[in-house]
Write a protein of this length. Sequence first.
Length: 190
Amino acid sequence: MHPPDRIEVATALYGAWRLIRGDAGGSAYFRGGRDGFWAAAWAIVLVLPAHLLTLAVFVAGDPALPFGLLDAVREAEILAIGWFGYALLAHAVLQRLGRLGRFDGYMTAYFWTTVPLAYAHLALTIVQATGLLPDALSKLLTIAFLVLLLWARWFVARNTLAMTGAEAGMVVAGTVMFDWTVAAVLSPLL
């Protein structure tokens, strides 16, 4: 379970970008099988800085919220719990649905597409915090990002799990509920 090298990371991020753009061929840029799942799981190392910076920018806007080293460690732990907890949940659900053979491909695509989406969220948070854009445009960008995030999750689920659009929508709804629950239960910042 060695981390992916630079070339594999660059190739996988290109594949993730293609998936986010709606190109199902993006999955071909990921390592296959269980090795691919574990290589993609290392993407948490790339997501963590964006996650912590997003929280730091959010907290900087409210001086009443503290954000020190222990807070950063706690938020990193929460990210890891959500990251691997979702994989465990997906494994259990796919096993019940008789689609366990698609687990590795789904989670690999899910993990890798999270990287560019996390940095897009960070960029949006910074733009909003600096007030560079009018409030209405900032809100419009927030809605656009949420639509992109939900659509990318739906597209990954539909293509890697070979589901109908409605089934993929249920997967996305479950993902959103899981993420919200983990954050709401574990993070005092939200």
